[in-house]
Design a protein around this ligand. Structure first.
Ligand code: MTE
Ligand code: MO
Length: 171
């Protein structure tokens, strides 16, 4: 009889340990990250909480419906600098043939040449936003969205961004 109780307890314990481990694995997998990779000195993998610690600026753009929207996020230039991409003084010569491929979780992709993102070439600040009107971005928009001001249509303002990949156009 004692033996029977003991094995029931052991089984129940095993059950709870397995359940809690799989729940834990799910929460870990759920934490969204954005990666900066490719032609970088250091690959970045930023979680929402890492991202929140970086210096934020505001950027506005018109939605598809033509309504002005205000977002907050981190300038792409800052992310490129953190990853050691050839921007600033190094953005010359063959480095001017580099581009950033933006990839989203739905497979949507857009590109920017590095010069479009560098303040020594342009005053326009493209940001990777993590909030709008002080709130985290909605499902299907965030957690990270590109905000590209002063463009006639918002087609390059990628939603649900997962990867910023730096590549050489040159072969
Ligand atoms: N990931 C992803 N981002 C995307 C798209 C898309 O299909 N997938 N469509 C683009 C297009 S064509 C438009 S017009 C805008 C719409 O953004 P809005 O809903 O803020 O107006 O998102 C852009 N970003
Ligand atoms: Mo669009």
């Amino acid at each position: 009889m004692k033996k029977y109780y003991l094995s029931t307890i052991v089984l129940a314990l095993l059950f709870f340990v397995t359940i809690s481990q799989s729940l834990q694995a799910q929460t870990v997998a759920k934490e969204a990250v954005v990666k900066v990779e490719g032609e970088v000195l250091k690959t970045l993998s930023l979680s929402l909480s890492d991202f929140a610690k970086l210096k934020h600026v505001d950027a506005t753009m018109k939605s598809r419906e033509g309504v002005l929207q205000q977002y907050s996020g981190v300038p792409i230039f800052d992310l490129l600098q953190l990853a050691g991409v050839t921007v600033g003084k190094e953005l010359k010569g063959e480095n001017l043939t580099k581009y950033m491929l933006v990839r989203s979780s739905d497979g949507y992709e857009v590109v920017f040449s590095l010069a479009e993102l560098d303040p020594s070439f342009t005053n326009r600040v493209v940001i990777l936003a993590d909030s709008k009107d002080g709130k985290p971005l909605a499902d299907g928009v965030g957690p990270f969205r590109l905000v590209v001001p002063d463009e006639n249509k918002p087609a390059r303002s990628a939603l649900e961004v997962t990867n910023l990949i730096i590549r050489f156009a040159k072969d």
